[in-house]
Write a protein that binds this ligand. Structure first.
Ligand code: SAM
Length: 290
């Protein structure tokens, strides 16, 4: 169904199915006609084996993706939307809706079964309550993914795209830049949704890297070190690392010095290369996760 972004059409569809929005599931549906065609275009969906969408909602973005992609597989948690999607996507034979939680589904098996393991794109207006876990899962699982084109809250977009060492970066920025080349594509005002959320949004695209930009011996330890450095943002990286990893401060200071990092540097000031160097010079504490 085209023109699914029209508030009048949405009210009619919702009324026919007796559907009420779930705030807990982050259900803010797009009503801005310009956003979905642009997302579908920027996602590069036409150049992949197909596209995976997370959270089709009423199917407004799904419908646009179906116009440009060979095949669309949309993962939706809310079963109540299935009869709605059957109606709104009746004219899209290349769409399949799968019921499930994107954080729990076996995505490798899904790509294998639906796309023969070929490289696919992801395009989604993400439910805001799971933005980072979804993005991190998609980046870290070494799935055959070309890119993620996702709408997230504006602040999250800035944090995700900030390069390590840049103002506003965080541990998630380290993970994003390690696995992908991110870019902020365009902003979307809160008035573009029904019901309107309290904050503005933005669309970002993360192009997955075939090789990480820095080489690290132990990826798990590298990410643990970066998370620990950011754990107590107002402290210096040395204090935050020492407290979070329960390591003696002199040992952390020696590792920082050996990695060429100033003793009073904050995590926000460290580049990806410096995090990589630090994960080599800082010895992993014996025992399990701290
Ligand atoms: N794509 C639609 C649009 O742009 O109008 C809806 C986007 S809405 C922000 C997020 C969608 O994600 C909702 O349909 C919601 O039910 C679904 N959702 C929430 N949590 C989910 C999860 N864990 N797994 C899959 N879908 C989920």
């Amino acid at each position: 169904m085209s023109r699914l972004w029209e508030p009048k059409t949405i009210r009619e569809v919702l009324g026919r199915h007796g559907f009420h929005f779930s705030k807990a599931l982050g259900q803010n549906f797009l009503i801005n006609p310009g956003v979905c065609p642009r997302m579908a275009q920027e996602s590069g969906a036409s150049d992949c084996a197909g596209v995976i969408e997370v959270g089709p909602g009423l199917g407004v973005l799904t419908w646009e993706l179906a116009q440009v992609a060979r095949k669309v597989v949309a993962i939706e948690l809310d079963r109540r939307l299935f009869p709605v999607l059957e109606e709104t996507l009746a004219d899209c034979p290349n769409v399949e809706v799968v019921q499930g939680d994107v954080l729990k589904l076996d995505l490798r098996a899904l790509v294998e079964e639906k796309f023969g393991g070929e490289e696919v794109c992801v395009c989604a207006n993400l439910p805001y309550y799971i933005t980072s876990p979804v993005i991190l899962r998609l980046l870290e699982e070494e799935l055959p993914l070309k890119s993620l084109t996702v709408m997230v809250q504006k602040e999250a977009a800035q944090r995700l795209c900030a390069a390590p060492g840049e103002k506003g970066c965080g541990a998630v920025s380290v993970a994003v830049h390690y696995h992908s080349a991110p870019q902020l594509l365009f902003g979307v005002s809160r008035g573009s949704f029904m019901p309107p959320p309290k904050v503005d949004s933005a669309v970002i695209r993360l192009d997955l890297r075939r090789e990480p930009p820095v080489s690290v011996e132990d990826e798990g330890w590298f990410f643990r070190v970066s998370r620990a450095a950011f754990a107590q943002r107002r402290k210096t990286a040395a204090n935050s690392l020492s407290a979070s990893l329960r390591l003696p401060k002199p040992q952390v200071e020696a590792a920082l010095a050996a990695a060429g990092i100033a003793p009073n540097a904050r995590a926000e000031e460290l580049s990806l290369e410096q995090f990589a160097a630090l994960s080599q010079t800082l010895a992993k504490p014996a025992g399990g996760e701290v």
